[in-house]
Every structure is written in C-alpha cells, then in structure tokens.
Design a protein. Sequence first.
Length: 72
Amino acid sequence: MLEACRTIAVHLDDYAAMAAGRSLTIADLIQQRQTARQHRDFVKADQIRDRLAAVSITVVDQPDGEVRWHRQ
C-alpha cells in the first residue's frame, strides 16, 4: 500500500523537500513517522501524524505493525 501512495503528493511546509525541488508524499511522511516511532521519538511521530491530519489524512496503526491511511 505504501508503494501505491507514492504518486500522491502532499504539499506540506517541509523546507528540506522544497530545497530539493520535490514534494513529500504520504508514503515519505509515514516512513518518517515509523522511523521516529522505532527510535521512540513519539513527539516527532505525533507531529508528523498531526501534519497529515492537517491535510485530511488519517493514519491508523495496525496491531501487526503495518500502517494504513485514508482521507477524512
């Protein structure tokens, strides 16, 4: 599912991505959130979840570790 959402660009205020001339995708942000969670950086993970929510994307963590998302 993550691979399929790579084509959906989410334009968010991310200066590193903008400087590189690209937009972050939902998959990029979900991966960043997963990495933050693995490093137990829950503040950063919550910030990413909130950024996605701001553009009407709901992130749902599954019991098996998979992450699903949908538009609100």
